[in-house]
Design a protein around this ligand. Structure first.
Ligand SMILES: [Zn+2]
Length: 497
C-alpha cells in the first residue's frame, strides 16, 4: 500500500463541539491507500515513515476538503444564455440554455470546484431528456467525468412527476396559453416525461453500477413539493427506507413555494412532507428560505439537515434565508453554491465568505456566523448531507484523505498580522490562488493549477469549439419559446402574494 506524508505548519482537523477550531501545529498526516492512518508530530512521523512520499512542507496549512453540498450543472445557465430571473421566471428563461456535452460540462465546473478546495460535490441532476437509457447514459458521462478527475461525488437524479413549468398541473397551465404556444410547450414538457417508475429504476441502476466505487455515492432527490405528487412522495420515503440512501430536497425556496404549499396542503410544506415520514437525519432541505419558526422547530426535532445556498438565493431573488436562526437551532447546516456563485463560478472559498458576510445584521449584539461556523458548514456539516457522512469532512484517523493544502505565503503576502486567528484569515482572504494541492482519497487531483488526470486546456478548447458553432435551429426555437413563456408565467402568479 502506498504511503504518503502530508506535512504542514498547521493542520485544521475540524471544528470542536464548542465551536472552536481544532488545530495541530508542526504536524504530519500519514496516508495509506485512500485513508488517513496516523496524525502526529512531523519529526516523529518522518523518522517512523522515512520511505513515504512527502507532500506539502513548511509554509503550508492543511484543512479538510470542502464540500459543495448543492450543485446541478457545469457551465452556468448565465454562460449558456439564461439571465438571472426570479426563480419562477427562471424556469422558462432556462429554455434559452444551449446543449452541452455532459462530460465536458461536468469537467468545466469540477475544475473550478477542485481549484477552490472542493473535494466532494453533491450533484443533484435536475432534469434529463429522453428515456431511461438516455438518462442513464447522461448520468454515466457525468459520474465518469468526476471519477476521471478523481473527485468525490454524491449523485442523484431528481424525482419529479408534475408541475413542470409552473406550480400547477401542466395541462392547466397549457390551457391558459395562447393557442400557438400550446403545442410547442406540450412537446417540450413531454421531452422530460420519464414516468415515476422509470425514475425509480434509474435510481436502482445507478446504485448497482456505482456500488463498489469509493469516490461515488448515489442519493435520492425528491426534487420539491410542487414537482412531486403524493404518490411520488410516498415512493421517495419507501425507497429511502429500503435503500438507506440519504435524500436532498429543495423546499420553500421562494414565497411562491410557501403559498403553493398552503394552497395544496392547507399548511406548511415541511409538515406535509413530514406526514410521509420523510423528515429525519437522512434528509437535507435545500434553501428553506421561507421556513417559519414552526418549520425550523420541526426540522430540529426530526434531526433534518439544511443546506444554505447563499449566492443562488440572492441571484434568483428568493430571499436571504435566516442563517443565524438555522445555526442557533442547532440543525446541521451545509453550504451549496447551487447553479453558480456571485462571480458566476464555483469558488467555494468565495461562497463561504459571502455567507459569513451577508448574515451580519445591524446591532452590536445581533447574532452573526463566526468563521468557524462557516468552516464547519463547508466541511463536517456538508459531509453529513452526503452518503459519505463521517468518512469525510474532518482530518482524522480512518477517514478518507481528502485534504487541501494552502500556500500560506501566497495567502498572506505581503503581510497578515499573526494575531488574527487562522480560520478567520482563511475565511476572509483565501482564494483559489492560495490553494496549492488538493488530495482526494489520498491521490493528488490538483496541484499548482494543473489536474494530473485530465488536460484542462484541451477540455476548455473542446467546449469553446463546440459552443462557438452556430446555434442549431432547435436551440433557437427553444430559446424563443422560453422568452414567449415569460409573460404567461408571470401572469400565472399575479395574485399569489
Ligand atoms: Zn438547487
Amino acid at each position: 500500500m502506498t504511503q504518503k506524508l502530508i506535512i504542514a505548519d498547521h493542520i485544521i482537523t475540524g471544528i470542536n463541539a464548542d465551536g472552536s477550531p481544532a488545530i495541530m501545529d508542526d504536524t504530519a498526516i500519514l496516508v495509506e491507500g485512500s485513508r488517513i492512518s496516523e496524525i502526529g508530530p512531523t519529526a516523529d512521523m518522518r523518522r517512523a515513515y522515512s520511505g513515504a512520499e512527502e507532500i506539502g512542507g513548511r509554509g503550508r496549512v492543511a484543512m479538510p476538503g470542502l464540500i459543495n453540498a448543492h450543485h446541478h450543472v457545469g457551465l452556468t445557465p448565465f454562460q449558456l444564455g439564461a439571465r438571472d430571473q426570479p426563480l419562477e421566471l427562471w424556469f422558462p428563461e432556462r429554455l434559452a440554455m444551449r446543449d452541452v456535452d455532459p462530460r465536458l460540462d461536468t469537467l468545466y465546473s469540477a475544475f473550478e470546484m477542485l481549484a477552490s478546495g472542493v473535494t466532494t460535490v453533491q450533484h443533484l441532476h435536475s432534469r434529463a431528456p429522453g428515456d431511461t437509457e438516455a438518462v442513464l447514459s447522461r448520468a454515466d458521462a457525468i459520474i465518469g467525468a468526476y471519477t476521471d478527475l478523481g473527485m468525490r461525488a454524491s449523485y442523484s437524479f431528481a424525482f419529479r412527476d408534475q408541475c413542470r413549468m409552473v406550480y400547477a398541473a401542466d395541462e392547466d397551465f397549457i390551457a391558459t396559453l395562447p393557442a400557438e404556444l400550446r403545442g410547442p410547450v406540450w412537446t417540450y414538457l413531454s421531452s422530460f416525461g420519464l414516468p415515476l417508475e422509470e425514475q425509480i429504476a434509474v435510481f436502482h441502476s445507478l446504485q448497482d453500477r456505482w456500488a463498489d466505487q469509493d469516490l461515488i455515492g448515489i442519493q435520492l432527490a425528491p426534487s420539491n413539493l410542487h414537482w412531486l405528487s403524493d404518490k411520488a412522495l410516498e415512493s421517495a420515503a419507501r425507497l429511502a427506507d429500503e435503500s438507506g440512501a440519504p435524500m436532498h430536497m429543495h423546499l420553500l425556496e421562494t414565497p411562491y413555494q410557501a403559498e403553493y404549499a398552503r394552497r395544496r396542503t392547507g399548511g406548511s410544506a415541511l409538515a406535509h412532507v413530514d406526514s410521509f415520514g420523510l423528515l429525519g437525519p437522512d434528509l437535507t432541505v435545500g434553501h428553506g428560505v421561507w421556513m417559519t419558526d414552526d418549520d425550523l422547530e420541526l426540522v430540529a426535532d426530526r434531526g433534518v439537515c439544511l443546506c444554505h445556498n447563499c449566492s443562488s438565493n440572492l441571484r434568483l431573488k428568493s430571499g436571504r434565508a435566516d442563517l443565524n436562526g438555522f445555526l442557533s437551532s442547532g440543525v446541521p447546516v451545509a453550504l451549496g453554491i447551487d447553479e453558480a456563485g456571485l462571480n458566476d463560478d464555483r469558488d467555494m472559498l468565495q461562497e463561504m465568505r459571502l455567507a459569513m458576510t451577508l448574515h451580519r445584521p445591524a446591532g452590536h449584539d445581533a447574532p452573526f456566523p463566526s468563521a468557524s461556523d462557516i468552516f464547519r458548514m463547508a466541511t463536517e456539516h456538508g459531509a453529513a448531507t452526503t452518503p459519505f457522512g463521517q468518512s469525510i469532512g474532518k482530518i482524522a484517523r480512518g477517514r478518507f484523505a481528502d485534504v487541501v493544502l494552502l500556500n500560506w505565503n501566497a495567502l498572506t503576502y505581503p503581510y497578515q498580522d499573526p494575531a488574527i486567528p487562522l480560520v478567520d484569515v482563511i475565511l476572509r482572504r483565501a482564494k483559489p490562488a492560495s490553494v496549492e494541492t488538493v488530495l482526494v482519497g489520498g491521490a493528488i487531483v490538483y496541484h499548482q493549477g494543473t489536474f494530473p488526470a485530465v488536460d484542462k486546456a484541451a477540455v476548455l478548447d473542446q467546449l469553446s469549439q463546440h459552443l462557438r458553432r452556430q446555434k442549431a435551429p432547435a436551440e433557437v426555437e427553444q430559446r424563443n419559446l422560453g422568452y414567449a413563456l415569460l409573460d404567461p408565467v408571470r401572469d400565472f402568479y399575479n395574485d399569489w402574494l
